[in-house]
Design a protein around this ligand. Structure first.
Ligand code: ISE
Length: 357
């Protein structure tokens, strides 16, 4: 009898289809048996290509007797119900971000898992499996940089659809920096501010693209994150950590470097996130499959997913209010609280012009 982990993949848009292919071709010990998507034709096409069965109802897919584990690449708003069904059945689930779309449902899921006494939920923050992030985390953890004081992140996408408004930029893109900060620094984020500047002319009216997001961590370290999703250039994700004894930078796109006889030199930019993080996604899937077989997780936990939801909600409030928003990640039975700082009275400069002779 095969020892393969039999997986249902829910949602086969770009990411889900990519995962089905990886699980079928590159990951050892896994087999996609059931595929679900609200677009029946798409589900049938993806399932057919890997010898799986298409199932129209997502909850039936989770409860299918041919399924040992679930991968959720469905829209975020469907996650709460689908995660609940996985927990009710007691099977492992790899959930693409976000865990859920609001703080209360994310807290309820994390509490429900904790009451079961075993970790079943892993959240798909793939940067945790990228060799550069792993190396940077080690540098920070072993004290090589001294105490980390600041972190500067850049997150640029070449192009996105018009639905990608400022709030979506926080929830869908900045969420990666939220998890990276927690992963790299090993501490929680305690406040968020969003600074809107001049928007690129390719942004739809009312969308602030780019923006600068500023986080503070519990220890007081400052993190800046430039989020710019319509650069028209390439996929650029860089992180620099500045410590008391040096700094370290990752994400320099060190791809092919070409030197030519006309005296020019240059490299090639990475076009998108699948190219940049393709290897990390595969490692993530392999480690999830191996961990699921031994009844555990190996990556971001339900608590990590919940923390990311809470910080992003604070980010959205910061965007709407223009104020600094504090986050308290309460543990135990209460969910996180987020609180908008009272605006400070501005200073009134004396009118020196009138006093000038
Ligand atoms: C997308 O959903 C991702 O997860 C990518 O990693 C990120 O760079 C992009 O901005 C998101 O829209």
């Amino acid at each position: 009898m095969s020892n393969d982990l039999r997986i249902a993949v829910l949602g086969v848009g770009m990411m889900g289809a990519f995962h089905v292919e990886a699980l079928s071709k590159r990951v050892r010990g896994a087999k996609v048996t059931v595929v679900n998507d609200f677009l029946a034709d798409k589900a049938a096409e993806v399932a057919g290509a890997v010898g799986a069965r298409a199932e129209a109802d997502p909850i039936a897919a989770i409860n299918d007797p041919d399924v040992d584990a679930v991968l959720l690449a469905s829209p975020g708003k469907a996650h709460a119900e689908q995660l609940n069904a996985c927990l009710d059945r007691g099977i492992p689930v790899l959930c693409e971000k976000p865990l859920t779309t609001d703080i209360d449902s994310a807290a309820a899921i994390a509490r429900k898992e904790s009451a079961l006494g075993k970790q079943l939920i892993q959240v798909g923050f793939m940067r945790r499996f990228d060799p550069e992030y792993v190396a940077l985390r080690k540098l920070i953890a072993d004290g090589s940089l001294g105490r980390p004081l600041m972190m500067h992140c850049i997150h640029r996408n070449p192009t996105v659809g018009d639905h990608f408004n400022s709030e979506f930029m926080i929830r869908d893109s900045v969420v990666h920096e939220v998890d990276s900060v927690r992963f790299l620094m090993g501490e929680e984020i305690s406040s968020v501010e969003v600074i809107k500047g001049v928007a690129t002319s390719s942004a739809p009216h009312g969308t602030h693209d780019p923006m600068l997001v500023i986080f503070e961590t519990e220890s007081g370290a400052i993190v800046t994150d430039e989020i710019f999703v319509r650069t028209g250039v390439a996929y650029e994700v860089r992180t620099e950590v500045v410590g008391e004894r040096g700094s370290a930078l990752i994400g320099l796109d060190q791809n092919l470097q070409l030197r030519s006889t006309d005296g020019r030199w240059g490299g090639t930019l990475t076009p998108g996130f699948v190219e940049r993080f393709g290897q990390a996604y595969d490692v993530e899937l392999q480690r999830w499959v191996d961990a699921a077989k031994s009844g555990t997780v190996d990556g971001a936990s339900a608590w990590d997913g919940y923390a990311a939801v809470a910080v992003c909600e604070a980010g959205v409030l910061a965007l709407r209010s223009g104020a600094k928003v504090h986050v308290h990640l309460a543990g135990g039975s209460s969910a996180a609280s987020i609180e908008v700082e009272e605006p400070h009275a501005g200073i009134q400069a004396p009118d020196l012009e009138g006093a000038w002779p």
